[in-house]
Design a protein around this ligand. Structure first.
Ligand code: SF4
Length: 449
């Protein structure tokens, strides 16, 4: 049975007045798109309607009031922003049912009002940030979204249908946001998108100036600049790259890891290894020489940690193709692996592929992948016992003096942890040198050095 995803809320927009107002409308809509909203071209399909008003002349005010009246009559759930927001009492006197009123350029207030009127609703199928992560992300790490949407059409995925094609943010805007996050206490920037390696291909040539340097909208330029930012205390933040597809230019990022500008960590969703299954999945950057590339990356940056996810039981996956995946995993020796049993999502083209894999076979394959990858993970972690590593502390228990943190190889929520003893003097957000004393399948155990 296909999983039906909740459809994202839809926002209608009526933009009145001058080009400046139009730019404001675009900014608001861009933010709402990034937050997962869809746009509605008509009143009927909208969960909420925004009216961006003009108050320059009396005639413009009257036009604005008429537009608000029309939106209320046609839809009923209306948020008003723009120049007429200065005259909130005039609007309220005529339309007491208006949900919220804000003035020109008050983007945050409008976006907040939309969130309140029609909550964005997260889905584990389409949201990069874990549901709980949104509320629980502590101050010392932050997700930094560099683009929205995706140009690929993987057979099992409906993100391009929901979020549209790739839309990259300007590199200087991303860097400015990163700087603000650091000023607010962030120590680790988690770079996210649907396809981080594709960042900027839609705005190629739109080089921007940042601190006197030219920055191209390209993954390597962005990674280098992020690696040069500092916290207000002069510390170098951790920069972690997620959702990287193995396009050829990813090779240029590995030296930045070796130099210490970005963390030696690559989150690459390979999803499978068998060329036939990857073709059926319509995966991008599906190059049969990936193992060779991984070897090359490890030569340049021996400490690199590679995490990936795989789908087992994709329609048509034969036992032979599955074994190919197991052998590939044995050879690739990835540090962290997440596996999923294929599940049809409503609207995905994979649903109509022939030869679905029976549930029992999916289960059995899933168990085999998990067993193999847990063994590899345990072996790799055991090799770190006796080493001193850098850890970012996530939480401290003052009563027991214990703490948990993560090494450079561990992203929050999805990878392992480092459990510390005798660490009561540390605080969340501290970087600490830690002597690793023990390990298991997923985690390390140690003591501040
Ligand atoms: S790369 Fe494929 S799986 Fe990832 S968002 Fe794009 S279409 Fe979906």
């Amino acid at each position: 049975m296909a999983t039906t995803l909740p459809s994202p809320p839809r926002v209608g927009m009526v933009s009145l007045g001058c080009p400046k107002n139009l730019v404001d409308s675009e900014r608001i809509l861009t933010q709402l798109r990034a937050d997962g909203y869809q746009m509605s071209a008509d009143y009927a399909g909208a969960d909420v309607v925004l009216v961006n008003t003009c108050g320059f002349l009396d005639s413009a005010k009257e036009e604005s009031l008429e537009a608000i009246g029309e939106a209320i009559a046609e839809n009923g759930r209306v948020i008003v922003t723009g120049c007429m927001g200065k005259e909130a009492e005039v609007i309220r006197a005529r339309f007491p049912q208006v949900l919220a009123i804000s003035g020109a350029h008050e983007y945050e207030q409008v976006v907040e009002a939309v969130h309140e009127a029609a909550p964005p609703g997260l889905s584990p199928y389409i949201d990069l940030i874990p549901d709980a992560g949104l509320k629980l992300t502590p101050r010392h790490y932050s997700y930094l979204k560099i683009s929205e949407g995706c140009n690929h059409r993987c057979a099992f995925c409906i993100i391009p249908q929901l979020r549209g094609d790739l839309a990259s943010r300007r590199p200087d805007a991303i860097l400015r946001e990163a700087e603000k996050l650091l000023a607010a206490g962030t120590k680790e920037l988690l770079v996210i998108s649907q396809d981080t390696s594709a960042y900027g291909i839609d705005i190629r040539g739109e080089t921007r100036s940042w601190k006197g340097r030219e920055v191209r909208p390209h993954m390597t330029d962005l990674a280098r600049e992020l690696g040069q930012l500092r916290t207000p205390q002069g510390e170098q933040p951790w920069v972690r790259l997620h959702y990287v597809y193995p396009y050829p230019h990813v090779d240029q990022v590995i030296p930045l890891m070796a130099e210490g500008l970005v963390l030696p960590y690559l989150d690459i969703p390979f999803q499978h290894a068998s060329p036939a299954v990857l073709r059926a999945m319509k995966r991008p950057a599906n190059d049969a020489r990936v193992l060779q590339r991984i070897r090359g990356w490890r030569e340049v940056c021996p400490d690199i940690a590679i995490r990936s996810t795989f789908v087992v039981g994709f329609p048509g996956e034969t036992e032979e193709e599955f074994r190919y995946l197991l052998e590939w995993l044995e050879e690739a020796r990835l540090d962290r692996v997440g596996a999923f049993r294929f599940e049809p999502v409503e609207g995905a083209s994979a649903n109509s592929l022939p030869n679905p894999v029976p549930e029992a076979v999916k289960e059995e394959r899933y168990a085999r992948v998990m067993e193999l990858t847990a063994r590899i993970s345990a072996e790799k972690l055991a090799a770190r016992v006796g080493r001193t590593i850098e850890v970012l502390v996530d939480a401290v228990d003052p009563e027991t003096g214990g703490a948990t943190g993560r090494s450079k190889a561990d992203a929050p929520e999805i990878d392992g942890e480092v459990h510390l003893r005798d660490a009561g003097h540390l605080a969340a957000g501290d970087f600490a040198r830690v002597l690793v004393e023990e390990s298991d399948e997923h985690d390390l155990y140690g003591v501040p050095a």
